[in-house]
Design a protein around this ligand. Sequence first.
Ligand code: DAT
Ligand code: MG
Length: 154
Amino acid sequence: MTETQRTFVMVKPDGVQRGLIGDVIGRLEDRGLKLVAAKFVQIDRDLAEEHYGEHEDKPFFEDLVGFITSGPVMAMVWEGQDAVRQVRKMMGATDPAESAPGTIRGDYGLDLGRNVIHGSDHEDEGSWEREIDLFFDEEELVEYERIDEEWLYE
Ligand code: DAT
Ligand code: MG
């Protein structure tokens, strides 16, 4: 059986301003993923630079940090079978122009710099733990069972 995982997901400032928090949460809930933590916050520069540390040498780093700190974000942790990869699939490609219709970015974005959602990288082993730790304390991660869990998993 594929392992149960936790992944860090964030509705970015454009998604918040455009009223897409509910839709994003709804899609993840409908898929069967379980919300285990959520925080509505405005990220400061230090946190943004740390979160996007892997991109610090890229030419777009300054714009990226400026954008992610420009307004509140909805930071969350979601849990489920193969959650990291499955959320990435639901998000779509990094560039919304290349994202398939039906994905979050493919349905709501047009511009690479305004791509609505962040999700931990499934190819970057350990990135999800690092990102969850950056945004949440251990006691903020809630353990409970969804009432439909026995119908979601064989
Ligand atoms: P993802 O958000 O799909 O994990 P990433 O980690 O490669 O993509 O990049 C982080 C964010 O940086 C991405 O959501 C949008 C922005 N970005 C990535 N590549 C870019 C580029 N070539 N020009 C401008 N912004 C870029
Ligand atoms: Mg990434």
